[in-house]
Design a protein around this ligand. Structure first.
Ligand SMILES: [Zn+2]
Length: 238
């Protein structure tokens, strides 16, 4: 076989392989298309909203501000479900866009009035080991990577707590308390938390609790989307 022959054979094989593994449906609406159709790409344009979350019993000072780029509904919801639980990792590129916008938004708000502020580190809410096993990838980590960003690795799950899905706000709160541990390397760092979906904010508040206990300062959080659901501790658009 000549060089050209091998090349042709390879590109043919690649086409065949890619024909099988490339998605043929839009991850947002399911219409035949590549990763996303134009309409769904437009639906992922960020519309930033700031939410304030705090735990039951926390005082006003303990509130945490969260920048969220999209409403978790319609195409956004379908795309995030396809990405997280449908194996559509190719959707990461488009979903990284609103996450980056939320992070930029939070950074801009956080730095207002603090011209000599220290550098801010990003810390994602880590996947549980069970979720990592089930998916084979870490959704938030993948979005950050697509955005050209990286999370610190300061948080880990202590283990032994049940999955949050299907629990109400108060039950989530009780279930989560003490579930995360932060590395001592967090001491002295200024941190912005990153997650995919803001539901009640309980996970973000637990992440902040763990990081604060390790000596970090959590300045706020950024998420791709928000569900707009109220938590018992109060969470309102700010
Ligand atoms: Zn679509």
């Amino acid at each position: 076989m000549t060089d050209g022959g091998i090349g042709q054979w390879l590109s043919g094989a690649m086409r065949e392989t890619f024909g099988v593994i490339l998605p043929t449906q839009c991850a947002g609406c399911g219409r035949p298309d590549d990763s996303f159709c134009a309409g769904c790409v437009a639906a992922l344009d960020p519309h930033l909203l700031v939410w304030t979350v705090r735990g039951p019993g926390d005082d006003v000072e303990a509130r945490l501000e969260v920048s969220a780029a999209l409403d978790y509904a319609g195409v956004v919801r379908a795309a995030l479900i396809a990405f997280k639980d449908g194996g559509r990792t190719g959707a990461a590129r488009q979903l990284a866009r609103p996450l980056q916008a939320a992070i930029d938004h939070r950074l801009a708000l956080t730095r207002t009035g603090e011209p000599d502020a220290r550098e801010v580190a990003l810390q994602q809410v880590p996947s549980t080991r069970a979720a990592l096993r089930r998916r084979g990838y870490d959704p938030v980590g993948l979005l950050l990577k697509k955005a050209g960003l990286r999370s610190m690795k300061l948080l880990r799950h202590r283990g032994g707590h049940t999955d949050q899905a299907g629990l109400g706000a108060k039950a989530r709160w009780q279930n989560l308390h003490g579930s995360l541990v932060a590395d001592r390397a967090a001491a002295g760092l200024d941190i912005i938390l990153v997650d995919d979906i803001l539901t009640t904010g309980a996970t973000l508040l637990e992440a902040r609790r763990a990081l604060t206990a390790a000596g970090a300062r959590v300045l706020g959080a950024a998420t791709v989307a928000h569900t707009g659901r109220r938590a018992s501790g109060g969470w309102n658009p700010g």
